[in-house]
Design a protein around this ligand. Structure first.
Ligand SMILES: Cc1cc2nc3c(=O)[nH]c(=O)nc-3n(C[C@H](O)[C@H](O)[C@H](O)COP(=O)(O)O)c2cc1C
Length: 190
């Protein structure tokens, strides 16, 4: 799969088949994140892989899905939960600020890499950080920033033309995500 195909194919996925993701694939995704751009090349982003069924079950209630959807459509139904999580943490011994762009670049590498393995992902900032810290026994020197939920997709999602609202919607098993037009985001060509 070439880069353009992965970029256009990637959509946020929040419902998953229950086939496990091989551990080597999860490690490969983190290897893609490891070499992403970082400001001044100071690499403070680290990762926790959560793949055991017992831990996954506990993580599920600590992340919040699709707050733009009506409440009854947000959370994956039983048997459609993520089959792995990657928790994105910052080692503050290495960098204390200016790491948000580094996280963005690293996470995007994971999301695009996941597409190439047929996986779906949901990048999540709406998380219960202090509960995740206790559950995963993360020392205080780490900031817990985001969680990526992963699995083999059990829903579809497609882009729609933007018509005044950024709200995505769900229609049966299909997600619809408005995106602005190319001509509308190119402010100027000089
Ligand atoms: C920084 C960031 C935080 C996000 N947090 C959440 C979240 O907590 N829960 C969720 O369900 N989706 C979350 N998303 C996914 C967005 O809702 C999704 O990217 C957006 O609706 C566009 O859809 P697309 O990724 O399919 O293009 C987040 C995305 C980003 C970039």
């Amino acid at each position: 799969m070439d880069v353009e195909e992965a970029i256009f194919k990637r959509r946020t996925i929040r419902r998953f088949k229950q086939d496990p993701i091989p551990s080597e694939i999860l490690k490969k995704l983190i290897n893609y994140a490891r070499i992403a751009p970082a400001a001044s090349n100071i690499q403070s982003v680290e990762y926790i892989i959560v793949e055991s069924p017992a831990m996954r079950e506990k993580m599920f209630s600590l992340v919040k899905f699709a707050s733009s959807l009506p409440e009854d459509q947000r959370t994956p139904e039983s048997g459609r939960e993520p089959t792995a999580y990657i928790v994105v943490i910052i080692n503050t011994d290495i960098k204390k600020s200016y790491f948000d762009y580094d996280i963005g670049a690293a996470v995007e590498n994971i999301l695009l890499g996941a597409v190439s393995f047929g996986l779906g992902c949901c990048w999540m900032a709406n998380i219960k950080g202090s509960k995740i810290r206790s559950l995963l026994e993360v020392p205080e020197k780490y900031e817990i920033k985001h969680v990526i939920s992963l699995g083999y997709p059990d829903e579809t999602s497609k882009m729609e033309p933007f018509e005044g609202s950024y709200k995505y919607w769900k229609d049966g098993n299909d997600m619809h995500v408005p995106k602005r037009k190319l001509d509308d985001v190119i402010f100027k060509v000089l």
